[in-house]
Design a protein around this ligand. Structure first.
Ligand code: SAM
Ligand code: SF4
Ligand code: SF4
Length: 336
């Protein structure tokens, strides 16, 4: 029997906004080059939400309790003048935290202006330190040094940095220890992410998962891990300290240890739909409403109604069948 989830215990607190469906990488687990090739139909400009539209949706969400916003994509730093959006969001008084997830290579150009505009923290994705493997994983031959330069630029700009590493079996498990060591030396928190069945393009299957338990086994050969208590309700990462240092690692266990009952996150896709689950089959379009004169109160009521009627618990229900066959929104639209 399905376990009922009480929506009251899942308040709407976090908003993730995808600002573009385009990217300068072609990571195999997200936008494989053979599907997202030169003929792939990315969204035309008019289909993408404007900064003003994003600001309106954010303000309506804030009225419903949202206090944290994260910008993502595609690659958010290829969206022109992103710092202007950050400034608009920073000026919304109730927002306590603005973050951004990026592949990092454009940070040497943009880190300072993002920080100045009000960005507080940044998650930088880096899946391997071994040059050839990283080039293969990102699909465009980008070098590790470019991402490292981005990490350094973000630190120098005064941003709080975390690193995300997606771990795929048979691909980059050998990079777990080197990445932990790199982050330990640089004193950057590291998040290991289980490979997820987001979208339908990345050829996901169960055999490619390295679970948190397996990753902990690999890390235990080198480090003693001390559990850290969650900082706040709904914290997604399960965190540990490496004994003998202040270094922190965490695991995003969307496949092996699900957390739907505490999921407080809504998502806006690049083309302006509201999704209440990362693995949703469809979202609710807001863009047309916004462009057809919907008032702020109507927008807020609409979001509230969608949130209150949500019964998402995909990760708890995931089956072989749903993971592979169910039609789901692509990661590049919704942004992780
Ligand atoms: N381009 C930016 C980046 O890579 O950080 C932001 C968008 S990306 C979709 C957001 C996050 O989702 C990244 O940390 C990326 O590694 C992660 N991601 C993408 N596809 C994934 C998958 N299939 N399973 C787990 N994480 C994934
Ligand atoms: Fe681009 Fe990020 Fe997806 Fe990699 S994970 S293809 S960098 S959107
Ligand atoms: Fe939230 Fe959906 Fe992930 Fe469950 S599967 S934690 S409901 S986004």
């Amino acid at each position: 029997m399905k376990k009922a989830i009480d929506q009251l215990s899942r308040p709407f607190k976090d908003l993730r906004i995808s600002v573009t469906d385009r990217c300068n990488f072609r990571c195999r687990y997200c936008m494989p080059a053979e599907i997202f090739g030169p003929d792939y139909a990315f969204l035309p400009k008019q289909e993408i939400l404007s900064f003003e539209e994003i600001e309106r949706i954010t303000k309506a969400s804030v009225n419903l309790g949202v206090r944290k916003v994260k910008l993502t994509g595609g690659e958010p730093l290829i969206r022109k003048n992103l710092h202007q959006l950050i400034r608009k969001l920073y000026e919304i008084e109730e927002i306590e935290d603005i973050g951004l997830t990026t592949n990092g290579i454009l940070l040497p150009t943009y880190a300072d202006r993002l920080k100045e505009a009000g960005l507080k923290r940044i998650n930088i994705s880096l899946d391997a330190l071994e040059e050839n493997l990283f080039k293969k994983m990102n699909g465009v031959g980008a070098s590790v040094e470019k991402v490292k330069a981005g990490i350094d630029a973000a630190i120098q700009a005064g941003l709080k940095v975390k690193i995300n590493m997606v771990v795929q079996k048979g691909v980059n498990e050998d990079e777990i220890i080197p990445m932990a060591e790199y982050c330990k030396v640089k004193e950057i928190p590291l998040r290991f992410i289980e490979f997820m069945d987001v979208g339908n393009s990345n050829g996901w299957n169960w055999d490619q998962i390295v679970t948190k338990k397996e990753m902990m086994g690999i890390l235990a050969s080198r480090y003693e891990l001390i559990p850290i208590e969650p900082d706040y309700y709904g914290e997604v990462a399960k965190r540990y300290r490496l004994k003998g240092s202040d270094s922190e690692i965490g695991f995003i266990t969307s496949v092996s240890e699900t957390f739907c009952s505490e999921c407080t996150r809504g998502r806006i896709s690049a083309n302006g739909s509201f999704y209440t689950c990362l693995f949703a089959q469809s979202g609710v379009d807001l863009k047309e409403d916004l462009r057809n004169g919907m008032t702020d109160t109507e927008l807020m009521n609409k979001l509230n109604q969608i949130w209150n009627n949500r019964n998402d618990r995909y990760s708890e229900e995931r089956t072989e069948e749903s993971a592979v066959k169910r039609k789901k929104i692509e990661m590049s639209y919704i942004g992780g």
